[in-house]
Each structure stands twice: as structure tokens, then as C-alpha cells.
Design a protein around this ligand. Structure first.
Ligand SMILES: *[C@@H]1O[C@H](CO)[C@@H](O)[C@H](O)[C@H]1NC(C)=O
Ligand SMILES: *[C@@H]1O[C@H](CO)[C@@H](O)[C@H](O)[C@H]1NC(C)=O
Ligand SMILES: *[C@@H]1O[C@H](CO)[C@@H](O)[C@H](O)[C@H]1NC(C)=O
Ligand SMILES: *[C@@H]1O[C@H](CO)[C@@H](O)[C@H](O)[C@H]1NC(C)=O
Ligand SMILES: *[C@@H]1O[C@H](CO)[C@@H](O)[C@H](O)[C@H]1NC(C)=O
Ligand SMILES: *[C@@H]1O[C@H](CO)[C@@H](O)[C@H](O)[C@H]1NC(C)=O
Ligand SMILES: *[C@@H]1O[C@H](CO)[C@@H](O)[C@H](O)[C@H]1NC(C)=O
Ligand SMILES: *[C@@H]1O[C@H](CO)[C@@H](O)[C@H](O)[C@H]1NC(C)=O
Ligand SMILES: *[C@@H]1O[C@H](CO)[C@@H](O)[C@H](O)[C@H]1NC(C)=O
Ligand SMILES: *[C@@H]1O[C@H](CO)[C@@H](O)[C@H](O)[C@H]1NC(C)=O
Ligand SMILES: *[C@@H]1O[C@H](CO)[C@@H](O)[C@H](O)[C@H]1NC(C)=O
Ligand SMILES: *[C@@H]1O[C@H](CO)[C@@H](O)[C@H](O)[C@H]1NC(C)=O
Length: 455
């Protein structure tokens, strides 16, 4: 009999058990342990139907187990959006299709071809969801086989069509522990909801062929009361992007790098008609290696809204191109699709600005990438990250581009000790962060050598 003809009659096993480790309620939790057809089919059959059945059977007060050491083919997307009080234990490894066309077919089938609707390969929603991986480094991975996608991107392309996001996680009072993602196709985890703690993440979007891993954001955050702790993220876009609607966010501990775009607020204000809003955001105690940015704020030209009370503190940079970067006049050079309003590709008026208030950068140490600045994401000339900055020397500790003389208020910098690789004094580019509105800026807002005020 051909291996692919092996049919296992039992797809998953359910049992009522009491989980002694983390459940202290008075009634037993149901457990669904998912069987895998991976080994018996030599990696050919799809385990998604069994996974979907388990999520249907164990959608409430339950534990779902991907068994230790087993592999599971997740060849079609998983959507479990009616969960309540469910723990997902990933002790085996999950595999997306290796073939680009197989993933694209699923994305196209969900009508998610446009930028406005995204397909999430895993979609979890409901109250109290805990996604629990393992510290065992051989298990708990989601393998997305992104390398083929990055390699297939044409010269000066910004990523091929019909790319899915990896996961949408929408819960209240939940957690993600030991999430491990290997070569994601593009965007990672979208965090939605309230009161979520994410810890001990590993995202490895390191390209081994030299192609660029476009849009491999690790976390995109639109929820509230979210902590992301002790992450290890090597990627080619934001390690964290705090987006409109996010409030009370802490990103703390760990190391980010490779061609990362760092710890970002934004982009905000892309839709000129809606008011962007983020507040109470802190990035603390993070090491940043070889990245394009460490601390970045990005809002669109002509956007509107307010970003308030944001701090980056205790940041160590190694060979980072732009340690501190603020722009309120962002636009997308590389793609016609994302800069528009009503289908127009030009004529986006500079008629408003996303206001920034109460921003602090404190305790930065390390080096600026002077010798090999930037990354492999340049597809235009000038490169998107050099646009509007003709006088870069790559000795800049800080670049602060405020759109108007009132759009940046209460900026404060303190103990900024980052040095260029020329071993000369660092410089700054600063526009419109006026002394009147920014009494604790810590230096004169002008272009040139960075001379911090003595405090
Ligand atoms: C199992 O799959 C591998 C890789 O696709 C292939 O090289 C091998 O021939 C297959 N083995 C069998 C028994 O089909
Ligand atoms: C990690 O998982 C592998 C494969 O399942 C197992 O052989 C190994 O014993 C585990 N290691 C630890 C430290 O538990
Ligand atoms: C998140 O889940 C809640 C309820 O669980 C739902 O009302 C809301 O629409 C979801 N948000 C998104 C962006 O999917
Ligand atoms: C900073 O984070 C690292 C983990 O990346 C941790 O070991 C260290 O204790 C933290 N330092 C402080 C002062 O919290
Ligand atoms: C700026 O102009 C755009 C396009 O006409 C419009 O949608 C937007 O509402 C304007 N913003 C403000 C603050 O008037
Ligand atoms: C600013 O945000 C921090 C969290 O990063 C919070 O503890 C603090 O209360 C906020 N300050 C104000 C004035 O809201
Ligand atoms: C600095 O970072 C750039 C861009 O990531 C990289 O090409 C270069 O090798 C790095 N230099 C060192 C000394 O690590
Ligand atoms: C924008 O669209 C036009 C018309 O379709 C096309 O010629 C051009 O190459 C596109 N530019 C970019 C940067 O994608
Ligand atoms: C900055 O570093 C100083 C000296 O180590 C420390 O006292 C202060 O608390 C740090 N600031 C922040 C915001 O962590
Ligand atoms: C790619 O973009 C760079 C920078 O704009 C340009 O020099 C190069 O000619 C482009 N290559 C192709 C094949 O379009
Ligand atoms: C770049 O430097 C030149 C010469 O000093 C100056 O005239 C020009 O205004 C500068 N451009 C910007 C954007 O700072
Ligand atoms: C500062 O903002 C004003 C508008 O408030 C603008 O006219 C001016 O060009 C800006 N200055 C610089 C140096 O960007």
C-alpha cells in the first residue's frame, strides 16, 4: 500500500483530565491531543482537518495538545475564533506548505489578495487563550519555508503576491509563551485584544541566500495592556510595530537584529481620513544588532492623530544604522498600493500631521553603522530610508524630522552615548523640535555635531 493511502481512523483523542500544572478551577478540563499523519504519510498528508476538529471539540475550558516530537502539516489555514479558556500546547512542530503556489491558492481563495484584507494562516480569537510552546529547541517551531518566497521576489520587488500573515491572536487575559517561528513568509503575529503577555519568543527570519526577507514584522500590535518580554528576533522588518489603537504596551528584554527595522511606533496616519491614536508605550532593556533602526517613529505625510507618552530606555546598539529616528512625513516609495487615498498615487496633501507628545529616549549606548549602512530592502534610488536625507554621513545618533514647529512636543533625550564607527563625535539631524515646546530635548535642534547639554 502506498504510504499516502494510510488512513488513520482516529484523528484526535479527547479525554477529560485535570491539568495539574496550570489549572486551578474546580472542574476538569477536556484535553484534545491531536494525532499526526506526517510520519505515516512521509510528510505528504494534511493535518489541518484533524487540527480543526480538535479546535471544534475543545473550544471551551480545554487543552489542545500537539504532541512532543511530532510533526504536523498545516497545509490549509486554521481558524478558531470561538475559543474560551483554552490552552494550546505546541510541543511538536508545525509545517506550512513548502510550495509557494499552495499557500497562494489558499490566500487567493480567501479573497485576500489586496492589502486591505489579510489572510492569517492561524487565526485564534476568544477569551483567555494561552499559546504555550516549549523551551526545547527542537520542538515548538512553526516552519513557514519563507526562504523560497524571499528568493522568488524579483529584483527591486517588495515581496511577491498573496503572502499570508502567520497568526492573528485576539484574546483577553491570555498569553503566548515560547512562540518560535522559522523563516516566516512575511508578517508574524498580530496582537489584538487586552491583557496579553508574550514571553520568550524566537523569530528567525534570517535569509541564507542573500535575498531579503521583506515584511517579516515579528509583532504588530493593535491591542491594549500587552507585554512582550525577552524576545529573540532576527528579521527584515519591525521587531515590533505598535499601531493605531495600541495603548499600554511594554516591549522589554531580549535581542533583536539582523536586518531588523527595530522597535517602531507606526506607521501611523496612512489613512488620511482617520485619526491615529497610541499612548503609554515603553521599550526597555533591549540589545539591537546590525539593524537599520533601533527606536523608530513613523507617521505618514498628511496623516492625523496623536501618539503620546512613549519611551525607549536602556537600549544597546551594535552597528545600527539609525539608532533613533523620527519621521512625520513618511510615504512609500516602493509600492503604489499603500500610499493612496481613493486610488490616487500622487497628490497626497501635507495638510496635517500625527502629533507626537511626551517622547523620551534615555540610556542608549553602542555603535552607529557608518561603514555598511542600511539593509537589502532598497528598491529605489534614493533608497526609502535615505529619502529626504541627502546629507547623511551615517554618524547620526538621532534623526528627528518634525513636520511642523508644533507637531513635536515634550521630547526628552538623556544619556545618549552612541558613537560612529569613525570614532568621531556623533551627529544629529533635527528639524522643528522647537526649544519652546521641547524644553528637555537635551540638545539644540539643528543639523550637525551632537552636543548634549550638561544636565
Ligand atoms: C519520503 O519523502 C522524501 C522527501 O520528499 C523522499 O525523498 C522519499 O523518497 C520519500 N520516501 C518514500 C518512502 O516515499
Ligand atoms: C527535546 O525534544 C526531543 C525530541 O522530542 C527529545 O528527544 C529531547 O529529549 C528533548 N529535550 C529535552 C531537554 O527535553
Ligand atoms: C477580536 O475578538 C472580539 C471578540 O472576541 C471581536 O469582537 C473582535 O471583532 C475581534 N477583533 C478583530 C480585529 O478581529
Ligand atoms: C535586561 O534584559 C535581560 C534579558 O535580555 C536580562 O537578563 C536582564 O536582567 C535585564 N536587565 C534589567 C536591568 O532588567
Ligand atoms: C487632508 O486632505 C485629504 C485629501 O483631500 C483629506 O482626506 C483629509 O481629510 C485632509 N485632512 C485634514 C486634517 O483636513
Ligand atoms: C506613561 O506610560 C507608562 C507606561 O509606559 C505609564 O506607567 C505611565 O503612567 C504613563 N504616564 C501617564 C502620564 O499616563
Ligand atoms: C553591520 O551591519 C551591516 C548591515 O546589516 C552588515 O552588512 C555589516 O556586516 C555589519 N558589520 C559588522 C561589523 O557586523
Ligand atoms: C506604479 O504603478 C505604475 C503604473 O502601474 C507602474 O508603472 C510603476 O512601475 C509602479 N511603481 C512602483 C514603484 O511600483
Ligand atoms: C538610565 O540609567 C541610569 C543609570 O544607570 C538609571 O539610574 C536610570 O534609571 C535609567 N533610566 C531608565 C528610564 O531606566
Ligand atoms: C533596482 O533599483 C536600483 C536602485 O534604484 C537601480 O539602480 C537598479 O537599476 C534597479 N534594477 C532593476 C533590474 O530594475
Ligand atoms: C544638505 O546640505 C546642503 C549644503 O550644506 C544644504 O544646502 C541643504 O539644505 C541640506 N539639505 C537638507 C535636507 O538638510
Ligand atoms: C518647520 O515647520 C514649519 C511649519 O510649521 C515649516 O514651514 C518649516 O519648513 C519647517 N522647518 C523645517 C526646517 O523643516
Amino acid at each position: 500500500m502506498h504510504l499516502s493511502q494510510v488512513v488513520l481512523p482516529v484523528l484526535y483523542f479527547c479525554a477529560a483530565v485535570v491539568d495539574s500544572s496550570s489549572w486551578n478551577g474546580s472542574y476538569p478540563r477536556k484535553t484534545c491531543t491531536i494525532a499526526s499523519k506526517y510520519r505515516s504519510s512521509n510528510g505528504t498528508l494534511n493535518d489541518s482537518p484533524a487540527v480543526a476538529s480538535a479546535f471544534a471539540e475543545c473550544s471551551q475550558d480545554a487543552i489542545i495538545v500537539f504532541s512532543e516530537g511530532l510533526d504536523y502539516n498545516i497545509l490549509t489555514p486554521i481558524s478558531a475564533t470561538n475559543l474560551s479558556n483554552v490552552e494550546i500546547h505546541l510541543q511538536g512542530n508545525l509545517h506550512l506548505p513548502r510550495k509557494i503556489t499552495a499557500v497562494q491558492a489558499a490566500v487567493n481563495a480567501s479573497n485576500a489578495l489586496t492589502y486591505s484584507t489579510a489572510l492569517y494562516w492561524f487565526k485564534f480569537a476568544g477569551a483567555s487563550i494561552d499559546f504555550i510552546g516549549t523551551s526545547n529547541l527542537t520542538n515548538g517551531w512553526i516552519y513557514s519555508y519563507g526562504q523560497a518566497w524571499w528568493d522568488a521576489n524579483p529584483v527591486n520587488g517588495t515581496g511577491i503576491a498573496a503572502r499570508p500573515h502567520l497568526m492573528s491572536f485576539n484574546t483577553t487575559h491570555g498569553s503566548i509563551q515560547h512562540f518560535k517561528s522559522k523563516k516566516p513568509i512575511a508578517w508574524g503575529v498580530q496582537l489584538i485584544g487586552n491583557a496579553i503577555t508574550v514571553s520568550d519568543t524566537v523569530v528567525d527570519a534570517f535569509s541564507t541566500t542573500g535575498s531579503f526577507p521583506f515584511n517579516t514584522d515579528a509583532f504588530d500590535v493593535t491591542g491594549t495592556n500587552i507585554k512582550i518580554l525577552d524576545s529573540l528576533i532576527f528579521n527584515g522588518d519591525d521587531a515590533i510595530a505598535v499601531q493605531s489603537g495600541a495603548h499600554d504596551i511594554l516591549f522589554q528584554g531580549g535581542t533583536i537584529g539582523y536586518q531588523s527595522h527595530g522597535m517602531s511606533i507606526g506607521s501611523l496616519g496612512q489613512n488620511q481620513g482617520s485619526f491615529a491614536n497610541v499612548s503609554n508605550i515603553k521599550f526597555n532593556n533591549v540589545t539591537v544588532i546590525n539593524a537599520v533602526y533601533a527606536a523608530r517613529f513613523k507617521s505618514w505625510i498628511g496623516g492625523q492623530g496623536l501618539a503620546k507618552n512613549v519611551t525607549w530606555s536602556n537600549i544597546r546598539t551594535h552597528n545600527v544604522t539609525f539608532p533613533i529616528f523620527v519621521t512625520q512625513t513618511y510615504y512609500n516609495q516602493g509600492s503604489n498600493q499603500t500610499q493612496l487615498e481613493n486610488g490616487a498615487t500622487i497628490g497626497r496633501p501635507n495638510n496635517s500631521t500625527v502629533q507626537m507628545s511626551d517622547f523620551t529616549w534615555e540610556n542608549f549606548t553602542g555603535s552607529i553603522n557608518t561603514f555598511r549602512p542600511g539593509d537589502g530592502s532598497c528598491v529605489t534610488d534614493p533608497c526609502w530610508y535615505d529619502a529626504g536625507l541627502p546629507n547623511l554621513t551615517h554618524t547620526e545618533a538621532m534623526i528627528m524630522e518634525c513636520n511642523t514647529n508644533s507637531s513635536c512636543q515634550n521630547f526628552a533625550t538623556k544619556n545618549i552615548h552612541v558613537f560612529s564607527q569613525l570614532e568621531k563625535a556623533a551627529t544629529v539631524i533635527c528639524l522643528n523640535a522647537t526649544a519652546e515646546l521641547n524644553p528637555d530635548l537635551g540638545f539644540d535642534c539643528r543639523n550637525g555635531t551632537y552636543i548634549p547639554f550638561l544636565s
